[in-house]
Design a protein around this ligand. Structure first.
Ligand code: NAD
Ligand code: UDP
Length: 322
């Protein structure tokens, strides 16, 4: 039977990919977004779909929804460091007040609710492979704290509503995800490198580029989120691709794929930038029968092709305006 699904943050990168997958599965989707980092362009082709509705709303304010809601995905929150650091108090309130408002809605509607938490709850991890039992190494007084601590508080709120108020809660700890519908000026590393290379600009590597990340293609993540929602697991589950790369390796891969000899510019490493990150996904494998299927090479090819189209269409729109 078709479900009524609310996607908060549905006009953003992950959210807009999720909305498409839910509609394809026959569900009705209510997308709630304040368009802070998301764009109407991400959902433009969904607007005419009879199963899709969009409400512009900031989740830090209570949300009233008429009728049935079966599931809520909370993806509302800027995810890119420069974006979430622009208005840190608003980011923190999105993670805390916004999450509370959605939990209250889930309780009122009897809906199941999934929180998009993050590998950032592990902060700058002291262990090479981060498993869900690791309690993390987060700086509470620094530029990343509004996001990291906000997401940690969000998990606590989820746990309380799940353990003591009878709400069906799910918590996904998402590791770095990339792919189509990232904003070209989002500021995260994959979109930065791909867009810089396509524009013929030097690639900006922060620090010596030896810090590592594990990159998950968005289609794999969306499948993991839907499997987690369908499961019975209330405790946090890591979702990510365990392949681990330095930022220099990533830059070289992007340049090699575009056959480019653009230079690399080294820039200062931002404060509290984690040195390493790699998910232990054994719980996701066991509980959800989930593992990523798209490696970095294949995912980057798809992402580069999408950004090439996007930049071309942006240029055409720009030339029509001027
Ligand atoms: P994004 O910035 O592209 O999307 C976030 C969306 O939420 C945007 O459409 C934005 O306008 C909306 N939003 C922000 N604050 C809001 C508010 N107060 N009220 C209503 N809407 C609001 O980011 P994303 O990469 O799509 O991330 C989605 C979620 O997944 C976020 O919660 C993020 O913390 C989490 N996450 C993402 C990654 C990743 O690598 N993409 C990693 C870990 C966690
Ligand atoms: N980074 C980089 N160049 C960029 C953007 C980011 O070298 O243009 C680095 C950043 O310092 C970090 C890594 O890439 O070590 C991942 O950054 P991102 O903002 O994508 O995600 P997060 O730091 O939240 O994992």
């Amino acid at each position: 039977m078709a479900k009524f699904v609310l996607v908060a943050g549905g006009a953003g990168f992950v959210g807009s990919n999720l909305c498409r997958r839910l509609l394809d599965a026959g569900d009705a989707v209510l997308c709630v977004d304040n368009l802070l980092t998301g764009e109407m362009e991400n959902i433009a082709e969904l607007i005419g779909n009879p199963g899709f509705r969009f409400i512009r709303h900031d989740i830090i304010k209570p949300l009233r929804v008429e009728g049935r809601v079966d599931e809520i995905y909370n993806l509302a929150c800027p995810a890119s460091p420069p974006r979430y650091q622009k208005d840190p108090i608003h980011t923190f309130r999105t993670c805390v007040d916004g999450t509370l408002n959605l939990l209250a809605l889930a309780e009122a509607k009897g809906a199941r609710i999934l929180q998009s938490s993050t590998s950032e709850v592990y902060g700058d991890p002291e262990i090479k492979l981060q498993h869900e039992g690791y309690r993390g190494n987060v700086n509470t007084c620094g530029p990343r704290a509004c996001y990291d601590e906000g997401k940690r508080a969000g998990e606590t709120l989820f746990w309380e509503y799940g353990a003591h108020r009878g709400v069906e809660t799910r918590i996904a700890r998402i590791f770095n995800t990339y792919g189509p519908r990232m904003h070209p000026d989002d500021g995260r590393v994959v979109s930065n490198f791909v867009v810089q290379a396509l524009r013929g600009q030097p690639l900006t590597v922060y620090g010596a580029g030896l810090q590592t990340r594990s990159f998950c293609y968005v289609d794999d993540l969306v499948q993991g989120l839907m499997r987690l929602m369908a499961s019975t697991e209330k405790m946090p589950v890591n979702l990510g691709n365990p392949g681990e790369f330095t930022m220099l390796e990533l830059a070289e891969k992007v340049l090699q794929k575009l056959g480019s000899d653009l230079p690399i510019t080294f820039m200062p490493l931002p404060q509290d930038d984690p040195l390493q990150r790699r998910p232990d996904i054994s719980r996701a494998a066991e509980l959800l029968d989930w593992q990523p299927t798209i490696g970095l090479d294949q995912g980057l090819d798809k992402t580069i092709a999408w950004f090439a189209q996007r930049l071309k269409s942006d240029r055409m729109k720009g030339s029509m305006v001027s």
